[in-house]
Design a protein around this ligand. Structure first.
Ligand SMILES: [Fe+2]
Ligand SMILES: [Fe+2]
Length: 266
């Protein structure tokens, strides 16, 4: 039997400021929560869109155990071979099999083995295959190989994320939603024992519009004209959750939101 373990999951890291916020706060988060596993969504880490091997390596070197991605996975071509080579970086499992990368991995920890699965929603998102049967296939592939499972459901529609929580309740340790960059107030343990939240939020500049410079986002929306977006540098925060996983396989005891300002980070 596995032992109980804790998992820190950090929501979408946006830009250099988001990465610096993560790296600055990680040591104190380790002190406070003693996470056995750290998983970070890095889909906006490179200038607000996508990720590069350099940034991913920096995060892994800082003690991040796995990186999940989303709709911005393929923004930077230089990451394509890295997605195939590095087991700890995940693009949504329900992308086409022909697309670079893979959708799940296993992290060996001192307190058991954590399976991490990345999924993309299908509503208002571009994902080649449906998320729900892919979640089942991923769990089938991981059966017997893991003690805990964390699913990052990267989706636009809250309905699809709630539904994925119910679909996997009792079969995984946690289903955490990402992509909308705004944390939701519904973190809870579902009746079957799965920790759930619709959106973890983002790690980066809260002073913008979901990461983009405020004036640029406003100009775009007010004038309805095309404009180049840059990442905001105002008011960095880290948004995450800590999940305490039971020693009983695929059950969570607790999910706690972590919403921390990082005023000293620039
Ligand atoms: Fe994102
Ligand atoms: Fe996204």
């Amino acid at each position: 039997m596995s032992e109980s373990a804790s998992i820190l999951f950090v929501g979408d890291v946006v830009g250099g400021l988001g990465k610096r916020t993560l790296l600055a706060l990680l040591p104190s988060l380790r002190d406070r929560y003693a996470p056995d596993f750290v998983v970070v969504n890095g889909e906006n880490a490179a200038g607000g869109v996508g990720i590069t091997p350099k940034i991913a390596k920096e995060m892994l070197a800082a003690g991040v155990d796995a990186i999940t991605l989303g709709n911005h996975t393929y923004r930077h071509r230089e990451v394509y071979p890295y997605l195939d080579e590095e087991p700890r970086i995940l693009r949504p499992a329900n992308f086409l099999a022909s697309q670079p990368g893979h959708g799940w991995c296993v992290i060996d920890g001192e307190r058991g083995r954590l399976g991490v699965i990345s999924l993309s929603g299908n509503l208002f998102m571009k994902a080649g295959r449906p998320a729900f049967p892919e979640a089942d296939s991923a769990l089938h592939a991981l059966a017997g190989k893991v003690d805990h499972v964390l699913v990052d459901m990267h989706a636009e529609a809250t309905s699809e994320k709630v539904a994925m929580g119910w679909h996997l309740d009792g079969r995984v340790t946690a289903v955490v939603g990402t992509h909308t960059h705004v944390p939701t107030a519904d973190a809870r343990i579902l009746p079957g024992g799965t920790a759930y939240i619709t959106d973890v939020g983002m790690t980066g500049p809260r002073g913008g519009v979901i990461g983009v410079k405020r004036d640029q986002a406003l100009t775009s929306m007010v004038t309805q004209m095309p404009i180049r977006f840059e990442t905001s540098s105002e008011d960095p925060w880290l948004n995450g959750v800590v999940i305490r996983a039971s020693s009983e396989s695929m059950r969570a005891l607790e999910i706690e939101q972590v919403l921390l300002p990082a005023p000293g980070v620039a």
